[in-house]
Design a binder for this molecule. Structure first.
Ligand code: ITT
Length: 197
């Protein structure tokens, strides 16, 4: 069984490989370096579908894509679908998370709630389309910590940790993140559909 993973983000490839390996070692993820469509949707689901459709059209194979980001409650859900380019036209993860820290610098801890969101779209050559969503609740830290993961991981503190030993995702291991993340949650929801490929 195989499907194309339509992303140009190598971190997403590594994370999906790890997520899949634990429950579906037989499943083969094919890379994608075809044309990148314009992501002009207004929701995670629309953008995920745009990417998955383009890959399916280009390869003729079942294709899935992840559109994801961080939604901060006190910012009304921003950066959301604009997470990759929050600080400008160039994808600059450090500038992005510094801008976010700046924007909520006067907000105290209990109000720094946020979600990591991943929507995965699966598009099949016969035209069938599916989307699934994974949400990971947490808070934005006061400062960046840790070198792991990518993007906003150094400033995201997932809920459910022991209060005196809370770590940002940047301080988690790759294996820990692959168990708990928004991406893992979305993928688990997609798994029954992969059975039908
Ligand atoms: P593709 O569109 O090619 O998949 P991309 O990185 O541009 O790659 P998105 O448009 O979905 O993907 O943007 C996702 C952004 O959201 C990403 O660049 C990060 O800034 C943030 N993000 C998503 N998942 C994350 C995670 O697991 N940890 C930290 N930040 C994340």
């Amino acid at each position: 069984k195989q499907a194309v993973l339509a992303t140009h983000n190598p971190h997403k490839v590594t994370e999906f490989e790890r997520i899949i390996r634990t429950t579906r070692p037989d499943f083969e993820l094919l890379g994608y370096d075809g044309p990148e469509p314009v992501e002009d949707g207004v929701t995670f689901a629309q953008n995920a579908l745009i990417k998955a459709r383009a890959a399916c059209r280009h390869t003729g194979l079942p294709s899935f894509a992840d559109d994801s980001g961080v939604s901060v409650d006190v910012l009304g859900g921003s950066p959301g679908i604009f997470s990759a380019y929050w600080a400008g036209h160039k994808k600059d993860p450090v500038a992005n998370l510094n801008l976010l820290l700046d924007q909520i610098s006067d907000i105290a801890d209990p109000h720094r709630t946020a979600q990591f969101v991943s929507v995965i779209a699966l598009v099949l050559p016969d035209g069938a389309e599916h989307t699934v969503e994974g949400v990971w609740n947490g808070r934005i830290a006061e400062a960046a910590r840790g070198e792991g993961g990518f993007g906003y991981d150094p400033v995201f503190v997932p809920d459910g940790q022991v209060p005196w030993a809370e770590r940002t995702v940047g301080e988690w291991t790759d294996a820990e993140k692959a168990e708990a993340s928004h991406r893992a949650r979305a993928f688990r929801a997609l798994e029954p559909l992969l059975e039908t490929l």
